[in-house]
Design a protein around this ligand. Structure first.
Ligand code: DP6
Length: 421
């Protein structure tokens, strides 16, 4: 007969957002601790549209650490998972759950195993960075389960050891990852610049670009850049430090023109150092370039920029519009240039905050076909339609940092067995 005392399972569920850098992190000075060669700044995306939910559980009945990602078991043996687990366990404290009659002493944690179940609310196949939200959520939820007392800044230094960009997902709004100077990485942490309410006019549209190409991972891509590019040192030492100061000021003042100038220039320079890598790395494709041209042309015709673009290690475009009015005009332009294939369901072509579709009066595919060409493109109108090049659009906005989910029905692990539901 099973020992009754072995039956308890303690669980915590948390939700953590993803983030997109407007001043990019590219290049490490320490591969194991994941220390960057420059500071970076990101905007946190609304978790309602893009986030990771993670449930972590502990029980004396578990005989090893296990993890399930989107329902499939994955190995926790990799160095990055091990580093995060070790750092969190080292900071665990006494835990008591009076309702369940469970007491865990600080010293017990090293002998107890955990189960982790994680789920992304956006398609993983989309090539949107899911590791940032994933590692941030793993560290945040384990810290709550183990009663770790460190603040989010200290937790960010642990999440950083899972994936560099993950440290910036410990806060909402605009966040800076300070590269730090210490060899042990203790000062390489995320700091919140402003919360998500500071600049709540911004609207973000992500264009998920169709691509068959297998991309070079960020980890190996940035390693190759540091090893072979002559430009990366100039970028890290001369260009980024100045941009960081200017970007912080632009964010504080909500200066959209400067913000756009810096965001686009930094994305383009990041892709330029990728091209300067040997062999060269191409993350953007023709569709990405067409989106850049469309935005550049429109911004120029407006006289003052209305939309910023940025691209990570893949072809997807992240477009940040000044406000809702311009986001609607942007979506109109995007749908004009990139109409869906005829078999595509409109409901799955524009996802996230669908209210922008109402703003522009689009109810079905026929409305997209009837969109007039944007006034800034006078010539070659028929040649500027690229049907089927975009998989779908996600409409979102800046969002909040991690939260605990107290509603047990949303837990991803079974409360009695600690196995996935
Ligand atoms: C282009 O954080 O994915 O998105 O630290 O090796 O896990 P590792 O890399 P990762 O790199 C992100 C690179 C980027 C720019 C950014 O997010 O700042």
């Amino acid at each position: 007969m099973a020992d009754e005392s072995q039956k308890w399972v303690l669980m915590v569920t948390a939700q953590t957002p993803t983030n997109i850098a407007v001043i990019k992190y590219w290049g490490k000075r320490d591969e194991n601790l994941i220390l960057a060669i420059n500071d970076s700044i990101s905007v946190t995306l609304d978790p309602a549209h893009l986030c990771t939910t993670t449930t972590v559980a502990v029980s004396p009945a578990f005989n090893q650490d296990r993890m399930w990602l989107n329902g499939k078991e994955i190995s926790l043996s990799g160095g990055r998972y091990q580093n995060c687990l070790r750092e969190i366990r080292a900071r665990a404290n006494d835990v008591e759950d009076k309702k369940k009659g469970v007491k865990i002493a600080k010293k017990d944690w090293e002998n107890l195993h955990v189960h982790v179940a994680s789920y992304n609310n956006f398609p993983t196949a989309a090539g949107l960075a899911s590791s940032a939200a994933g590692f941030a959520c793993l560290v945040y939820s384990l810290a709550k389960l183990m009663n770790v007392q460190e603040d989010n800044g200290r937790l960010s230094a642990i999440a950083r050891q899972g994936s560099g960009s993950a440290c910036r997902s410990l806060y909402g709004g605009f966040v800076k990852w300070v590269m730090g100077k210490e060899e042990n990485g203790s000062d390489s942490i995320a700091v919140p610049l402003v919360d998500e309410k500071h600049w709540d006019e911004l609207v973000i549209i992500i264009a998920v670009v169709c691509s068959r190409q297998k991309e070079t991972s960020s980890t190996s891509g940035m390693r190759e850049t540091v090893e072979t590019s002559a430009l990366i040192e100039h970028r890290a030492k001369e260009v980024v430090p100045k941009r960081i100061i200017q970007m912080e000021e632009a964010i504080q003042k909500r200066d959209f023109a400067t913000f756009t100038h810096l965001t686009c220039a930094d994305s383009n320079q990041f892709h330029a150092v990728c091209l300067d890598t040997s062999p060269p790395i191409f993350y953007m494709n023709d569709t990405s370039h067409r989106i850049i041209s469309c935005v550049e042309k429109w911004n120029r015709s407006e006289g003052t920029p209305q939309v910023a673009y940025t691209f990570d290690a893949g072809p997807n475009a992240v477009l940040i519009a000044r406000n809702r009015t311009y986001a609607a005009l942007l979506l109109q332009r995007l749908l004009f240039h990139f109409p869906p294939n005829s078999e595509t369901d409109l409901n799955s072509y524009v996802i996230g905050d669908k209210s922008l579709m109402e703003d522009i009066g689009i109810q079905d595919i026929k409305d997209i076909e009837a969109l007039p060409p944007p006034p800034e493109i006078k010539d070659k109108v028929p040649a500027q339609k690229y049907k089927g090049e975009i998989s779908y659009f996600i409409c979102t906005r800046p969002g909040r940092g991690p939260v605990l989910i107290s509603d047990d029905s949303q837990a991803l692990l079974h409360p009695n067995t600690g196995l996935p539901k």
